[in-house]
Design a protein around this ligand. Structure first.
Ligand code: PEP
Ligand code: MN
Length: 357
């Protein structure tokens, strides 16, 4: 697939582009006092970009849906009094217009909006001809094409100062995380668009204060560019997302301890190791080819004896045996299951081909 984005650096005034670029602030702008108190503390700790939700997408009606335009002058005060840049979520052309009029410096498209091409197109149309940085959160569902599509729509409207925010994905088997990271999708986005800055949002990913630090560290280990973290002057009393917001001083503590690794392409020793990986990958492909060949022989036998392709007891046996073996070898059980499900699916596909010959 050869889609390309025409991207320029975010060029955020007064912000050091060194990793990680940090955007911090409360989930929602609640009161002028809460906004100013949080912003002042964050600015004193060196944060240069202040986030606050002015319009809040809430799952059910009746919750706090944001202060709306009433909160925009508070954001202007943050900018005037702390010198920080301001950022907020926009979901409709009206939000875009009001935010731009108020001089908001960075806009972001939320996860419930990037999922909808009509909404994204309406935002793109409203942004045509405007030079403002726009960050696109991943859609709630794990669909990288939708995420890419949202970036392409904005880019086609002339937005070149683009970035992405990885905030994790809804998943049926939510365990530890509020939104499962599925890091591979953010990595794939980086592979497609190497110059696109990607921010990790450990707050919405973890949904819990104690997960902010480890997720932020993981983002740095993987080489992502920035962080968007929810921080509130009184997290327990926050009007939205109370469980995941941290005090500005806690954020400072977390950032201080973050190990930021160099994002260098490759060294000689890595190249040596990569050669070994390539050889092993070749061996894996050969083994898989052999395995599929035997599968096809089995299919020929099944056809001759009028047997069905899938025999569930055999399939369960493979999943159980290999799963246990994988765990003994230090691999994650879910990973082994995914690998064997994929191998089995391809094997079934090839067997059906033989059956229909
Ligand atoms: C937010 O940033 O407060 C927010 C609503 O995030 P998301 O769109 O990731 O759910
Ligand atoms: Mn939030």
């Amino acid at each position: 697939m050869d889609i390309e984005l025409n991207i320029k650096p975010l060029a955020l005034q007064g912000v050091d582009p060194k990793r990680p670029i940090v955007i911090a602030g409360p989930c929602s702008a609640e009161t002028e006092e809460q906004v100013m108190d949080t912003a002042t503390q964050l600015a004193n700790n060196g944060i240069r970009i202040f986030r606050a939700g002015v319009w809040k997408p809430r799952t059910k009606p009746g919750g706090f849906e944001g202060k709306g335009i009433e909160a925009l002058p508070w954001m202007q005060r943050v900018k005037a009094e702390t010198g920080m840049l301001t950022a907020t979520e926009v979901a409709t052309p009206e939000h875009v217009e009001a935010a731009l009029r108020a001089g908001i410096d960075v806009l972001w498209v939320g996860a419930r909006t990037s999922v909808n091409p009509f909404s994204v197109q309406a935002l793109a149309d409203a942004l045509r001809g405007v030079d403002v940085p726009v960050l696109v959160k991943n859609p709630v569902n794990p669909d990288i094409e939708l995420w890419t599509g949202a970036l392409l729509r904005l880019n086609a409207a002339g937005i070149t100062r683009l970035g992405a925010i990885h905030r994790g994905f809804s998943s049926v088997d939510q365990k530890l995380y509020r939104n499962t990271p599925m890091w591979h999708l953010a990595i794939e986005l980086k592979r497609r668009f190497p110059t696109l800055p990607i921010f990790t949002d450990p707050s919405h990913m973890g949904g819990r204060r104690d997960l902010v630090a480890p997720i932020a560290q993981q983002a740095m280990d993987l080489g992502f560019d920035g962080l968007m973290v929810e921080s509130h002057c009184n997290p327990d009393c926050a009007w939205s997302d109370a469980k995941q917001q941290v005090l500005p001083e806690v954020l400072d503590f977390i950032l201080d301890r973050l190990v930021v690794r160099d994002n260098v392409e490759a060294t000689e020793s890595i190249n040596q190791l990569r050669k070994q990986i390539d050889e092993l990958d070749n061996a894996l492909m050969e083994l898989l080819t052999k395995r599929m060949r035997i599968s096809r022989e089995i299919a020929a036998y099944k056809k001759l004896h009028n047997m069905t392709v899938v025999q569930t007891t055999r399939y369960s046996e493979i999943l159980d045996k290999r799963g246990a073996q994988g765990v003994l070898c230090g691999m994650n059980a879910d990973f082994v299951k995914t690998v064997y499900e994929a191998i089995h699916a391809e094997s079934v596909r090839q067997q059906i081909e033989i059956m229909n010959k």
